[in-house]
Structure formats: structure tokens, C-alpha cells
Design a protein around this ligand. Sequence first.
Ligand code: SAM
Ligand code: SF4
Ligand code: SF4
Length: 371
Amino acid sequence: MTDKVIPIMDLRQKNRTPAIPATLLAPTGLLTDRLMRPLHDLRISVTDRCNFRCVYCMPKELFDKDYQFLPQTDLLSFEEITRMARIFIDHGIEKIRLTGGEPLLRKHVEKLIEMLSRLKTHSGRDLDITLTTNGSLLAKKAQSLKDAGLKRVTVSLDAIDETTFRMMNDVDFPVADVLHGIDVAHAVGLGPIKINMVVKRGMNDQEILPMARQFKGSPAILRFIEYMDVGATNGWKMDEVMPSADIIARISSEFSLQQIDPNYVGETAGRWRYADGSGEIGVISSVTQAFCQDCSRARLSTEGKLFTCLFATGGHDLRALMRAGHSDAEISAAIGQVWHKRTDRYSELRSADTVGLPRSANKVEMSYIGG
Ligand code: SAM
Ligand code: SF4
Ligand code: SF4
């Protein structure tokens, strides 16, 4: 194909190395951006590779055998990731989520978890370390992940129906293996397990009720996620988004639901419980009810770029600072300055003006930066 454009390549090569401020302010554990949003949550992508080709994330036609994933030398080493995590923690990070690509494909990822789990938050508490996975390797790895210090896992599962699931992951992966992974993860104590289902209208929305039935009464918390316009390769269209309100209405046609309070300010999922006491579900309304005003998440890409928004068109190259030999104090001050200037609120702007927003060809891909 001659017209194949992979915008991610441009993005990955885009090099914006943050400046080191002239005065190195020491971190205080409370860093706020221009909209007074603190930095609490760090998502670290440990690989850009994946063994699935979910149609909404890594469409096969683009992520094919010719696609060039990052070479090993470009990836942050575990030592570099841990160093970054420590610096971020000094700015107030309390929770780290490992993601990808498929994080369980990163060799010896347990070793990284072990290194991260030794870190303490600014106030001396244990770090909350979680991981989002497609579940394909979970049965095999759950015990070693738990032993390494992982607290919980989130498993992505877009359908319970075999045909639909295989169509969504596009590599013919069987649903039973993911379900088995969830059971093993639960058995070794990696709970409460959250199950993420991205709903794409016309593709898997008929699976909303079967998924609800499957996990009702189980210890897992099923969360429905609105299909987002992340990246530039999934050909997103607004009419393929199934609004959370419609998802709740559909479940309510069979089960009685009651809305419950969020666990904490800034929680992305709206919480509902079954009136008969048989568990909880969540809806993540990233498109129809943007939650930018409470967004306290930073993302560190596989090769060490800091992204201050899921919809950013470029990152801040922290690896360049590390590999140039800058000190922790210098890198910390540089991160402080980046966050301090942050004004991102893409989803709110999108909600305000769906039609008018430019459909940038350079938005970062979900598989590169992690969800
Ligand atoms: N491979 C792992 C997995 O699938 O769980 C971790 C990385 S994946 C990018 C993280 C999450 O992002 C998954 O739950 C996936 O369903 C979600 N995701 C990917 N593309 C999305 C999109 N366009 N809209 C909403 N969620 C998306
Ligand atoms: Fe892979 Fe996760 Fe993207 Fe699916 S959603 S292609 S499992 S990274
Ligand atoms: Fe956060 Fe950007 Fe998503 Fe808004 S659009 S919630 S700022 S990541």
C-alpha cells in the first residue's frame, strides 16, 4: 500500500526535551497545574507491543508485520523507570498503573514491580501499584505478580460471546482463557479485580447485558468504557460511541440499579450497584461527561516521554534528560515546570465542540501510551 501513513512514528520521533529551570525548587509532594489539578497518578507504559490487535486500538492493517515497534535500546530500563517513579512520587504520586501495549509481554515485568513496590509515597505510605492487562498471560503470571508486590489488576474484556470477542481482539484469542486468568488472579489475591469493557456501538453493544449477567454476583467490578477518539488510527466516529446513560438504561431494563457515591474526588468511573446487593458496576463516560477538571494523571511512555494528556500530540522527553546525566533534582524541577504549565482538557473541549475540534493526525496512540 502506498498511502499507508503511521502517524505514531512522527510522534515518537518528535523531540521536546524539557528545559531545566534556572532555580531548582525542591518537590513538596503537592504539585498543581494551571487549573489547580494535583499530580497523583502515574501510568507507565512498559511496552508498545501487544499480542492482540483490538480493532479500536491496534487495527491489524496498520500494526502489521512491517510495523516497526520500538527497539529494545529505546525502552526505559527498569532502573530508569524506577528512578522516574521515585522522582514523580516526590511530587505527590500515590498510585502507579503499569500498562502498554500488553504489559505482561515485557520480559521480567515482575522484577520491575518488585523494584517499584519498595518505594513509599511522599507521606510514607505503600504505593498503590496496579496493572491493566488483556488477561491473555494472567493465569500464568498472576502468582508471580502478586509475589512481586502487585496489589490489583484490571482486565480488559470486550465481550463474553466467543465470536464477538475473537472479532474484537482480531487474533482469535478465546474468551475462556481470559476468564481463567481472572479466576486465577482472584484466587491469588489480586482483587478486587476490575473488568474493563470498551463499548463500540454496532460492534459489541449487544454484549452489555451478557457481560453484566456474567459478572453480577462475582467479586469483579465490571466497568463500561465509552469508545474514545484516542490516536489517529482507529477511524473513530461519534455515532460509534455508546453513551454511558444508554448503557445504564440497557442494564436497568433487566436489573434494578442504584447510583452510589464516588470512592474519592476525581474517580473516573460513575458507580452503580445492583439493588439486590449482588455487586457493583461502573461507567466511564470519557466522551459524554468529560472529567478533565479532576484529571491528575500523568503518563510515561515506553521510551520515557511524559504526556500530560491522553490526547496529547507530543511528549516531554525525560529519557533524554536522564541519559544526558542530569541529576534527580534537575529532572524533578523540569517535571515540576511541565506540570505547572499544564492546561490540557481535551475531552471537555471535545464535549463543548465535537464538530469543531481538529482531528489531528498526530494524537498519541493508546497502544503506545497505555490507557
Ligand atoms: N493491553 C492492555 C489492555 O488491553 O488492558 C493494556 C493497554 S490498553 C491500551 C488499556 C485500555 O485501553 C484497555 O482497557 C483498552 O480497552 C482501552 N482502550 C484502548 N483503546 C481505546 C479507545 N479507543 N477507547 C476507549 N478505551 C480504549
Ligand atoms: Fe493490545 Fe490492549 Fe490495545 Fe487490545 S487494547 S490491542 S490488548 S494494547
Ligand atoms: Fe485528562 Fe486529557 Fe483525559 Fe481530560 S482529556 S481527562 S485532561 S487525559
